[in-house]
Write a protein that binds this ligand. Sequence first.
Ligand code: K1U
Ligand code: ZN
Length: 173
Amino acid sequence: MAIRTLVKLPDPRLRLVSEPVGPVTAETRALAADMLDTMYDAPGIGLAAIQIGIAKRLVVIDLAKKDEERCPVVLVDPEITWSSEERRVHEEGCLSIPEYYEEVERPDRIRYRYRTLEGESVEQEADGILATCIQHEIDHLNGVMFIDHLSRLKRSRAIKKFEKAARREAEDA
Ligand code: K1U
Ligand code: ZN
């Protein structure tokens, strides 16, 4: 399988609403394998397909720590079916916004539904970092980034910083 190039802010593809995967095919499985390779290489705890430029509703997550055995989860066409009124704050990062971390407030608990690569439909509840990560990844499927949950000032500062970095990269190329 392969490590793909990460799409980074301010790339406009990050604002696309991704299309449903529909029936799982060999191509879906190969894409999920590449997403896992890319996520582990970064490293990160989650990845949405649009972060490697593919506008499909496919997400991979692995919350295992460095010294633990890998525990990859692939979510096909995931959706949130319920969110708690209670909210929690968690520090978030994003592989598309490197080395930028901010605290984000989101629902504390969620119920979510997805299909596995075997085509099984699963509905589960999540809390803590898993709930945060699933919400972050499903936001990506809808063209939303974690900076959209920050104040207007913090968001525009982050966007300007990465626009400047992208301009410098283009000049150096
Ligand atoms: O979707 C992404 O951009 C991946 C992102 C997921 C995420 C992190 C934190 C809160 C919510 C969602 C990342 O994985 S950023 C990198 C990161 O958090 C991390 C990297 C190495 C070890 C542990 C965490
Ligand atoms: Zn992200």
